[in-house]
Design a protein around this ligand. Structure first.
Ligand code: EPU
Length: 430
């Protein structure tokens, strides 16, 4: 089993180039099959979840040509199945975007119940509510969601909870529904806007993405396009925290600084220097950082996907910090792993109280999910001694070339397979 070994205690310095946003690219790939014309998508991150979804799209019968690591050409003309239920797709959250895309185009879709990182309850009632309001019959049978209708009709959908997935999914289906759909209490994340822009470049008529109300005037059909995915806000934030945790100095390049404001503001507040440029952000992690309060919220609030990385940052900041997780009901499981590294954190329900310690100490820890895994790597980089992070397949789902990018910043990190390789790494880097 592959794992990372990290030798910590060295400030990371230099420049890092951010890849395309996974959580924008996933629905954009699903949208690509909504036309019979060719769609070219650029700036795709080369990560496991993206590659699995591309594979699932090709299994539906679409013609998929990978034109390099970050570019794919898709033609939905050859699709001959509306059923996506292979083994890996079941483990992915974003598989549900195939429901919106297939239902919009073919008025029928069968997709395995979505999996994804275990962050607590991850309901899909708002997706079902939205599809039903557009006129679809939605049933769950043998672990599959089956949605079908003769005709999708625009409607008024007021979401009971702000959901990234449901907002995007209903937007996908409504793009090809008859008449006007109005979505209220929607998510406003940058990837919502990116998916709307992509659909509009295919001839959809979507207005208001990024605001509280999205208006979608259904069109009869969509056409081909060439579209480049926005940079990954969370990958960027992870490297910004890497500068803070290791007290380093990193220029995070190819970003949209506006998308990073909640993260920049918190890092500045705890004592980091943060410089914003047109498409880059520099973070300098000063030696003395102070604690703060964080509450995760839908965009433009502090992103839940940055909560573990920020908690790791606060684990060695002075004083007491509190971190409130308000999006997911069980996103602090990784705290037990951090405790193994000497962190002083108490979790009560959805609140973590962090008492900053001088320095973390290397340990053997498990990456329990994607962002928690990345956060533990950051903890290892800032810690004294060696840290082994197990189960890195979670991290590989969403971070392209993570160890390579860190190595270029001066990190001592390697992928190892067994105890012998761990000992070899320790010997070489001692
Ligand atoms: N929710 C419902 N009903 C629904 C949908 C959501 O109650 O029908 C609840 C969820 O249980 C959760 C909250 O609403 O408590 C927010 O869930 P949301 O639907 O916004 O999340 P998601 O679409 O399942 C996406 C990202 C997550 C990210 C969240 C929040 C993808 C593939 N996943 O998940 O990303 O944490 O939005 O921003 O886009 C990650 O990349 O590591 C990751 C977990």
């Amino acid at each position: 089993m592959e794992r990372y070994i990290v030798k910590g205690g060295r400030p990371l310095e230099g420049e890092v180039e951010i890849s395309g946003a996974k959580n924008a690219a996933l629905p954009i790939l699903a949208a690509a099959i909504m036309t019979d014309e060719t769609v070219v998508i650029e700036n795709l991150p080369d990560v496991k979840d993206i590659n699995v979804l591309i594979d699932a799209i090709s299994k539906l019968g679409a013609t998929v040509v990978r034109e390099g690591r970050h570019r794919v050409k898709i033609s939905g003309k050859t699709i001959n199945s509306v059923c996506a239920d292979n083994e890996y797709i079941k483990k992915m959250r974003a598989s549900y975007y195939l429901l919106g895309a297939l239902l919009g185009k073919y008025k029928k879709a069968e997709v395995s119940m979505p999996g994804g990182c275990n962050l607590g309850t991850r309901a899909i009632d708002q997706h079902i509510k939205g599809f039903t309001l557009l006129g679809a019959d939605v049933n769950i049978e043998y672990g599959k969601i089956i949605a079908q209708t003769k005709e999708l009709k625009g409607n008024h959908v007021f979401f009971d909870t702000v959901s990234v997935g449901a907002t995007i999914n209903i937007m996908l289906a409504a793009a090809l529904a008859k008449g006007m759909t109005i979505l209220e209490n929607v998510a406003k994340e940058p990837h919502i806007v990116d998916v709307a822009n992509m659909l509009n470049s295919m001839g959809a008529n979507i207005k208001g993405a990024g605001t509280d109300v999205i208006r979608i005037k259904g069109v009869e059909k969509l056409h081909g396009t060439e579209y480049s995915v926005i940079p990954d806000q969370i990958e960027a934030g992870t490297f910004m925290c890497a500068a803070a945790v290791t007290r380093g100095n990193i220029l995070v390049k190819n970003v949209i600084p506006k998308h990073l404001e909640a993260i920049s503001a918190k890092l500045y507040e705890i004592g980091c220097s943060v410089e914003e440029y047109d498409d880059a952000v520099r973070v300098i992690g000063n030696t003395k950082l102070s604690g703060t309060q964080i509450k995760t919220l839908p965009y433009p609030g502090f992103p839940t996907d940055m909560q573990p990385q920020m908690t790791v940052t606060l684990a060695t900041a002075g004083g007491i910090s509190t971190v409130i997780e308000s999006i997911f009901d069980n996103r602090f499981k990784y705290v037990d792993e951090l405790t193994l590294m000497g962190a002083k954190i108490k979790v009560e329900g959805n609140v973590a109280v962090v008492e900053g310690v001088e320095m973390l100490k290397g340990a053997q820890v498990n990456a329990l999910d994607l962002r928690a895994g990345a956060a533990l790597v950051l903890a290892g980089l800032g810690a004294d001694g060696f840290t082994v992070v197990e189960d890195i397949h979670f991290i590989q789902r969403g971070y392209e070339d993570f160890p390579l990018k860190l190595t270029k910043l001066g990190a001592t990190i390697a992928v190892v397979n067994d105890e012998k390789e761990i000992q070899k790494f320790k010997f070489k880097t001692a």
